[in-house]
Ligand binder design. Sequence first.
Ligand SMILES: Cc1cc2nc3c(=O)[nH]c(=O)nc-3n(C[C@H](O)[C@H](O)[C@H](O)COP(=O)(O)OP(=O)(O)OC[C@H]3O[C@@H](n4cnc5c(N)ncnc54)[C@H](O)[C@@H]3O)c2cc1C
Length: 487
Amino acid sequence: MTKLARRSFLGGVCAAAVIGFDPVRRSWITSAAAAPLPTGLSQVPPLDGQLLSDPASLAAAADDFGHTIQQQPIAVLRPGSVDDVVKMVRYARDNRLSIAARGQGHSTFGQSQVDAGIVIDSSTLSTVHEVCAHGALVDVGARWRQIVDASLPQGLAPPTMTDYLDLSVGGTLSGAGVGGAAHRHGAQIDNVLELDVVTGNGDLCRCSYTENPLLFNSVLGGLGQFAIIVRARIRLIPVLPIARIFALGYTDLSTLLVDLGKVAFDQRFDHVQAQAAPLPAGGFGWQLVAASYTAGAPDDATLLAGLSFDPGSQQLVQIPYAAFLARIDPIIQAQINAGVWTNPHPWLDLFIPCSSAKTYVSSALAELSPASLGGGPILLYPLRRSKLHRPFFRVPQEELFFLFDVLRTAPRDATVVQAEIASNRSLYDRARAVGGTRYCIGSIPFSFADWQAHFGTSYGDLVIAKSAFDPHRILTPGQGIFGHGPG
Ligand SMILES: Cc1cc2nc3c(=O)[nH]c(=O)nc-3n(C[C@H](O)[C@H](O)[C@H](O)COP(=O)(O)OP(=O)(O)OC[C@H]3O[C@@H](n4cnc5c(N)ncnc54)[C@H](O)[C@@H]3O)c2cc1C
């Protein structure tokens, strides 16, 4: 494996024999074992971690969960410290190289990739430093699973959790982090108390609601455009130990949407989402999945009052809260076992305003057969605009809207994948025509003009923040916003 790892204090002492310490392998590197700098890089500063350019590391960083876009970097930094991130961003700035953080690489359309630049693999910075009522202080490569593993023994958890726990903190904070509690608490980006970030200028800055608020608001949901997040303090709230989970059937989409809106406004449940359920005769019905967290005697009648689910469809299970958070682990394990976890995933993720949801979702479903999804789910989450506070997280203008996810698993067939991506684009166009927006984790080809339309009246603010925090435009080209990327 090609690697470069040096510590400055060794330089003058024993540079001839030992040139550094590999913190991952926990061994000293001798000059005989050291490989040359990655092609295209020279005078890289001494690092605590590793700078890799072996084919396997480059290939891994050139791919993501979508497996439809590949852009190869010239090097992958596995930082051994925050200082390494500062040094590499400054190095990239001075050498006009593009650079992007990569969390778990679970975005689907090249968002974490860099063509001929440097990828920072944040998974080596994943320490959970502190968990208490004031929040969880974590390095940004930590996965949300690590946070809840540390916080649940104290009866605490982040207010909003994604369905999948093995996403990095940095990855979801650059996008949004939406889950079944977002109708109450906002997205994960709305539940951050403080950040340490490295701007595109190479400045390590602390920001919060009161300190550098422009940077704070820009970075959260900022698609990696302004800074690389290195540490975050995440809000925690007390949680109750038991989740009572209701699954309620709906054959009629309009009725489901009315009930989703009702529970989004009255907030009777802690968690709400809906999933399309393929019907034996073809087409889809729906299941509303709603959870209530409890420590004592539940009042189910009050929870279900006024909801118009199909008679006899109601199911109820009660499991520990921790098990509820990890509920999709068995599904993912089954996909891994079936060998489809590494298939292409041309996902479609859209926000649809309430007033158009019935018409839009019905027409989209008419084009999607269960077979065409490859076993992937179609999901709906009710969301409220007033709960979302970050300017670059673009959502519909109406107070109530829905995240509409079509989580396709495609066969390893380029023709099928391209057709599904074209379908995503067509569905996006129709969503935009009714005031919808995209959630930028998915797979939709996007032009510069599309990005301008996406940010709308905030586009000018985006350019101002970009000029202030990443003036050389080196950060996160994989989003494609400023013209170079897959979009
Ligand atoms: C099985 C599965 C389930 C999912 N469930 C949900 C869900 O319930 N809710 C939801 O909202 N999303 C969900 N997602 C989508 C997920 O939130 C995004 O794909 C997210 O980007 C994944 O995090 P990551 O660590 O893999 O990020 P990456 O894919 O590695 O990165 C995503 C983007 O963030 C940037 N980035 C990463 N780290 C940093 C950093 N430290 N500083 C600045 N920018 C950074 C990258 O450059 C890239 O542009 C799911 C994805 C999968 C595969």
